[in-house]
Design a protein around this ligand. Structure first.
Ligand code: PQQ
Length: 556
């Protein structure tokens, strides 16, 4: 009863439902549906909206799951809602009872659930994984995955592969140790665990399964014990190579002068065997990161012919401002293309070594001997990234990636810091600033074969929502100003917009139901920008909060 492993693997091709975060394990966020298309999208109207209610609102970053006449969405403050997909009527709601003292760094968000059999599964801000009966909302199992009092939390959608629910952790600003874990989807029992920081021991079926990396070779002293590298955005899966791809976050603390070395495997993409939790390859996008350039962003498998050779590739638009193309069978570097206005920290990548050409003068200065503030530098992108968590989409029709990106910078400086359990562990200070008069956000169409931007759409506020592309030659994404917008996938021309009443920071989906195509997105402004955006946050302080699911279709 309910979706099977085979159904999840087939999600990209099955147009009648949306079973996985990413609309397929490879997370292309592409649907072949074309009933709504560039020729008629201007007529798109709401079918219904559903409120998440509650006194507390904040960021609604979820991607809906659609199955068997139901829409499942997660909400802020670790809530999960089941709505009737034809009427929007609420069928049930689950509210996690969150303890005092949770420490999410960047708003009380959640990005979505995973569905399997009779279960719907999601992660909570107190670092639990909860499986509910999808018909009733009753708890089937509920597991503590990490210690929230040490700063661990969870915000990402889990991924289910071969009967295992696989997920990451959050807490990189508190000196946690990143990890990827797999549990039996039916019982919630741990199957394997893979820490992301060199020196930590992995586990498989209750036994040790080898340490990560080569002891703690790329870390100084004991710093590997609190090294960060949180896997806070979850992962993608490629059935062709049988590899999971998980990104890892910033090293802890932010102050890079305190931790000489590459600090493996922070700010990297890891390819992991889903059966054992063993790391098959890694590629580090920002070795020895000093700007909070988490490498967590989604790594999307795709195939293309490069220099006359058909290749199995993968792409990631990194927080550091570069779009990476790797050979996904072995992690070999193919190319890194700048997709933002400015990258002050590096001037491209070395094609042979795959390492950045650092501009040493643009690393924030070392703090003084007594921990006094070091020299401040202007750095771009800002620590919120050329692209943050909001997922890009890949069109199998146009061969283009659609990247929700941002052009901004920051003043950043370092200061002394010592690790203390449950306390912020940065050793840095910062203020985010605009670098252009007319925009921060830019939706960019990237050709992964050439590294060229084919078109761009500029938006005044930072873009903070996911992207969807369809066989109707369309690209959908939301804006903090409250609009869900549709663009021509080939030209970038804006074709349609709808005001949802609050900022859109969710990820849109599409499916077919009773012979009609639907589009759905969450509305509700929040996430890291209003909390950490400095001068930028001040300019957008008037955006209203909210919490609604909006569903659209063409009029009959
Ligand atoms: N979350 C957001 C958001 O939802 O808007 C933005 C960020 C996070 C960041 O910019 C982060 O650096 C970040 N870092 C961690 C971490 O290092 O553990 C976790 C999260 C999160 O779980 O949301 C974010």
């Amino acid at each position: 009863e309910g979706p099977t492993d085979a159904d999840l693997m087939n999600d990209a091709a099955s147009t009648g439902d949306v079973l996985t975060y990413g609309m397929g394990p490879q997370a292309h966020r592409f649907s072949a549906l074309s009933a709504i298309n560039a020729g008629n999208v201007a007529r798109l109207v709401p079918a219904f909206a559903a409120s998440l209610g509650g006194e507390k609102q904040r960021g609604q970053e979820a991607q809906p799951i659609v199955y068997d006449g139901m829409i499942y969405v997660t909400g802020s403050y670790s809530r999960l809602f089941a709505f009737d997909a034809r009427t929007g009527e609420e069928k049930w709601q689950y509210d996690a009872r969150l303890p005092d003292g949770i420490m999410p760094c960047c708003d009380v968000v959640n990005r979505g659930a995973a569905i399997y059999g009779d279960k719907i599964i999601f992660a909570t801000l107190d670092a639990r994984l909860v499986a509910l009966n999808r018909h009733t909302g009753k708890v089937i199992w509920n597991k503590q995955t990490a210690d929230y009092q040490a700063g661990y939390s969870a915000t990402a959608a889990p991924i289910i592969v071969k009967g295992k629910v696989i997920y990451g952790n959050s807490g990189g600003e508190f000196g946690v140790v990143g990890a990827v874990e797999a549990r039996d989807v039916n019982t919630g029992e741990l199957v394997w665990r893979r820490p992301t920081i060199e020196g930590h021991m992995g586990a498989l079926n209750g036994k040790d399964n080898g340490i990560t990396g080569k002891t703690n070779a790329t870390w100084a002293g004991d710093l590997w014990k609190t090294g960060g590298g949180a896997t806070w955005l979850g992962g993608t899966y490629d059935p062709e190579t049988n590899l999971l791809f998980f990104g890892t976050g910033n090293p802890s603390p932010w102050n890079s002068h305190l931790r000489p070395g590459d600090n493996l495997y922070t700010s990297s993409t890891l390819a992991i065997d889903p059966d054992t939790g063993v790391i098959k390859w890694h590629y580090q996008t920002t070795p020895h990161d000093g700007w909070d350039f988490d490498g967590v962003n989604e790594f999307i498998p795709f195939d293309a012919t490069i220099n006359g050779k058909p290749m199995k590739l993968g792409a990631k638009a990194d927080r550091n401002g570069y779009f990476f193309v790797l050979d996904r069978t072995n992690g070999k570097f193919i190319g890194a293309h700048k997709f933002v206005m400015q990258t002050t920290w590096a001037d491209g990548f070395n094609a042979k070594t795959g390492r950045p050409n650092y501009i040493a003068a643009n690393r924030p200065g070392a703090p003084g001997a007594a921990g006094e503030k070091g020299g401040s530098v202007f750095a771009s992108p800002s620590f919120l990234g050329g692209k943050n968590w909001m997922p890009m989409a890949y069109s199998q029709d146009t061969g283009l990636f659609y990247i929700p990106s941002n052009d901004w910078g920051m003043d950043i400086w370092n200061e002394g810091i010592a690790y203390k359990k449950g306390a912020a562990y940065l050793g840095a200070g910062f203020t985010i600033k605009s670098i252009a008069d007319d925009h921060i956000g830019a939706l960019r169409a990237m050709d992964p074969r050439t590294g060229k931007i084919v078109w761009e759409y500029k938006n005044k506020a930072p873009l903070w929502g996911g992207v969807l592309t369809t066989g109707g030659n369309l690209v959908f994404t939301g804006t903090p100003e409250g609009y869900l917008k549709a663009f021509d996938a080939k030209t970038g021309q804006e074709l349609w917009k709808f005001q949802t009443g609050s900022g859109v920071v969710g990820s849109p989906v599409t499916w077919e139901q009773d012979g009609e195509q639907y589009v759905a997105v969450m509305s509700g402004w929040g996430g890291a920008v209003p909390l950490w955006g400095g001068e930028v946050a001040k300019s957008f302080k008037d955006i209203n909060q909210g919490g609604s699911l909006w569903v659209f279709k063409l009029p009959k």
